[in-house]
Design a protein around this ligand. Structure first.
Ligand code: SF4
Length: 403
């Protein structure tokens, strides 16, 4: 394992430097900001869990704005804070992902590479508001697509509604942007996305084994590539495939990733991840091992059917995305995914300023406890390295309890 001192946050981040195929993915993540400035297609800033193939099918490049502008990876990022976001009218109580992403975009107000802001209203209203604020300040279009919340009894109406939302988005953008929608192009992009979905599911499955072959930090970043396929599924897909092959070979040899202690407590993480990557190292430093997390699970929870009626299938898939399902049902569905990973304990992350998960925290906690009979704890995730370091006793006591 190597301790990298740059580019990192002030807390040293430890990478597994024997994991050769991963370094290419990490470089792609770090280079995303530069890549969008050189792309010839339009760049559409998307909310984290909006399926990227929709944007690719419009001949544009998706940009997972919270990931690329919100992740704390360099010392420069520490200047982010919230200055520009608050000046633009966002509340200081907003979640740190939105505060830093908005601040970074507005700090280069006259020099932004983003051509349009696309929000998915219905789940994260805070992000919709941020997107609107950024669009207004830098004079770029804002478009919002509404997703009704999941309800078993309203499938037909909800799917028709999403279908209409998708069609009107395709029509409106076609008119404004001179792009022509085609079902074939959408299907082609969905197939590329499904290839990545399959790889992410396979990689996740390896974490369910006794000797976990991937460290927590690397797994989180691998999963995060689902946000926008790092601007090019034709590049990211083959890299993920190489990652899978390397993990598979470790698995065949019964190898555990470096840094994971013998008999480590198996932890599943639920909720929005903190911005500080050091959090993932902390799980291992405390004697745990990450066996999965659901931050981006909604994007690869299952494949999008590759049928002829592609828009309708996509609408159904969007409606059933786990984050769109109300608390009780979501907890039950989530529990079935968690169970597959054989955890000893579950950590629920409550990010400061995020109301979406804290409201359902108790229900999720009780359901997981009842269904799996394992310890579940909630962590209040702050916005600084110091906040993350303060979590150590809490994580340690959870892990000690499981031994
Ligand atoms: S942390 Fe919460 S408020 Fe922030 S982007 Fe995620 S869901 Fe939205």
């Amino acid at each position: 394992m190597s301790e990298i001192t740059a580019p990192v946050s002030s807390r040293k981040i430890r990478f597994d430097d024997s994991f050769e195929s991963f370094s290419r993915l990490w470089n792609l993540i770090l280079d995303s900001r530069n890549r969008i400035s050189s792309t010839r297609s339009r760049v559409i800033a998307k909310w984290r869990l909006f399926p990227p193939e929709i944007i690719f099918s419009m001949g544009a490049t998706p940009y997972d704005l919270l990931l690329h502008e919100g992740l704390v990876t360099t010392k420069d990022d520490e200047i982010n804070t919230s200055k520009y976001a608050i000046e633009a009218g966002l509340s200081a109580d907003c979640c740190p992902w939105n505060l830093s992403a908005v601040s970074k975009i507005l700090s280069k107000e006259n020099d932004s590479d983003i051509d349009m802001f696309l929000a998915a209203a219905g789940f994260c209203d805070m992000s919709s508001k941020s997107w609107q604020t950024m669009a207004r300040r830098i004079g770029k279009p804002f478009y919002s697509i509404e997703i009704p919340p999941f309800n078993f009894e309203s499938e037909n109406n909800a799917v028709s509604f999403i279908l209409q939302e998708l069609s009107s988005m395709f029509n409106r953008l076609s008119r404004r942007r001179g792009y022509k929608f085609s079902e074939e192009r959408l299907l082609e992009e969905i197939k590329k996305g499904n290839y990545i979905r399959n790889l992410l599911s396979d990689i996740t499955e390896f974490l369910s084994t006794q000797s976990v072959p991937v460290s927590a930090l690397e797994y989180f970043l691998i999963q995060a590539s689902a946000g926008d396929y790092l601007q090019d599924p034709d590049i990211t897909g083959p890299i993920l495939n190489r990652i899978k092959t390397e993990i598979e070979s470790r698995n065949k040899n019964g190898e555990t990733a470096p840094g994971i202690q013998d008999g480590a407590t198996r932890i599943y993480f639920v909720g929005m991840a903190p911005q500080q990557l050091g959090f993932w190292n902390l799980i291992e430093d405390c004697g745990g091992v990450s066996v999965g997390c659901d931050t981006y699970l909604s994007l690869f929870y299952e494949l999008i059917p590759e049928h002829t009626n592609v828009q309708k299938e996509l609408a159904k898939w969007i409606w059933r995305m786990p984050h769109n399902i109300p608390s009780i049902e979501r907890s039950k569905i989530l529990t079935s995914y968690i169970k597959k990973q054989n955890p000893d304990a579950v950590i629920i992350g409550n990010l400061v300023g995020c109301r979406n998960f804290s409201q359902s925290d108790r229900i999720v906690k009780e359901t997981i406890r009842e269904e799996l009979g394992i310890p579940v704890t909630s962590l209040e995730l702050g916005a600084s390295d110091e906040d993350i370091t303060l979590l150590e006793p809490h994580i340690r006591s959870l892990i000690d309890m499981c031994k």
